[in-house]
Design a protein around this ligand. Structure first.
Ligand SMILES: Nc1ncnc2c1ncn2[C@@H]1O[C@H](COP(=O)(O)OP(=O)(O)OP(=O)(O)O)[C@@H](O)[C@H]1O
Length: 210
């Protein structure tokens, strides 16, 4: 569960989002909104990447402001257009994230295998296509024991065969108790990921919708 208290995010004094009191219960959520509504800004602030006023509490236990390290170790994020140090290989970056997130040994293997990344994961990131980069970002977001996974535009650049694989990862992790916030302009295929709820970003706030 995520709870927002007196949350306010502005750029240069211009309010993007204001949530005096807002709760997101465990579940899988599709974050919708027009271009520029504030979806990426919202996900980045929840991830602890952007500064904001107020606070965010995870599972009634950890707050981003009071427990910044513990909170960030349980909230994982994949950027819409990931940028990684391109002199590293995918394997090296996965090792780095596993260490930071205290991930179980071999946790990445099923992810790398199921997304068909084995042939290139040991190559330098500089050689990756945008879809290969996106897959790496998604694997990194699943490492460790996250309570919440934030995926910004996870479907962009993924090929058709990879979509069911990603949805299976999400369904499996959700069953294990992880909540998800996904943003996308694409329509969700309900049969692949059932029981998804929607949150709309509009008018500098969030709205739960049915
Ligand atoms: N670094 C920044 N400095 C100033 N303004 C910014 C910055 N980043 C985003 N904005 C503004 O904040 C607003 C929300 O941007 P954001 O990227 O969060 O929207 P979005 O809903 O993710 O859009 P899209 O659907 O186009 O990806 C926009 O008006 C944008 O111009």
């Amino acid at each position: 569960m995520l709870a927002f208290y007196e949350f306010h995010k502005a750029y240069n004094g211009h309010t993007i989002l204001r949530l005096p009191d807002f709760t997101i219960n465990p579940g899988v959520y599709w974050i919708r909104g027009h271009n520029g509504a504030g979806k990426s800004t919202f996900l980045k602030t929840v991830a602890g990447i952007l500064p904001f006023e107020g606070d965010i509490t995870l599972d009634n236990q950890l707050t981003l402001k009071k427990h910044p390290t513990a909170y960030r170790s349980r909230v994982n994020f994949a950027e819409a257009e990931p940028i990684f140090p391109d002199f590293l290989t995918g394997t090296e970056l996965i090792r780095l994230f596993k260490s930071a997130k205290q991930a179980p040994a071999q946790q990445e293997e099923q992810y790398v295998e199921s997304m068909g990344m084995a042939p290139y994961v040991s190559d330098p990131i500089s050689t990756y296509s945008s879809g290969m980069l996106k897959k790496l970002a998604l694997v990194l977001a699943f490492l460790g024991r996250p309570r919440c996974i934030l995926l910004d535009e996870p479907l962009t650049t993924l090929d058709a065969d990879s979509l069911p694989v990603l949805f299976a990862w999400i369904a499996e992790q959700h069953q294990a108790g992880t909540m998800f916030l996904l943003s996308s302009h694409q329509e969700l295929e309900n049969d692949l990921l059932p029981n998804v709820r929607k949150i709309v970003v509009a008018g500098a706030t969030l709205h739960h919708t049915v």
